[in-house]
Design a protein. Structure first.
Length: 127
């Protein structure tokens, strides 16, 4: 009889714990969501703030600038279009919006004055 009473008490205690966990479920889910938004390794107070990811990874931005300079330096229009096509495919991986070749050419035109090509370092002649 004592064993059955003990089993009953354990079941009732477990049922109480489950009921408390279920009642706290929305709170726990909100905490889990807030922790997923933050950066790993941060304390909990900073993890509740949502951070906007960078628009483009740095290596994609560098390649975009380099290919823009190659686009304007290329005398053959077909090769220039191939360069723009490569950028178009690369940017489609990072943006959900619809991109067209004309968008890439407009982007290159808008960036042309802002990012002029760097002059190559010339070696000094030694005597």
């Amino acid at each position: 009889m004592v064993d059955r009473r003990r089993q009953f008490d354990l079941c009732r205690e477990e049922a109480r714990r489950v009921a408390v966990a279920i009642s706290r479920l929305p709170e726990l889910l909100a905490m889990e969501k807030a922790l997923k938004v933050g950066e790993p390794g941060e304390d909990d107070t900073l993890a509740t703030f949502k951070r906007k990811p960078p628009d483009l990874p740095p290596e994609v931005g560098r390649r975009l600038i380099a290919d823009m300079h190659a686009f304007y330096a290329e005398p053959d229009k077909n090769m220039a279009d191939e360069i723009a096509s490569g950028i178009l495919h690369m940017l489609r991986e990072h943006y959900r919006e619809k991109l067209r070749m004309s968008d890439i050419k407009d982007l290159f035109e808008a960036m042309r004055d802002k990012y002029p090509p760097k002059k190559a370092a010339t070696k000094r002649k030694t005597r």
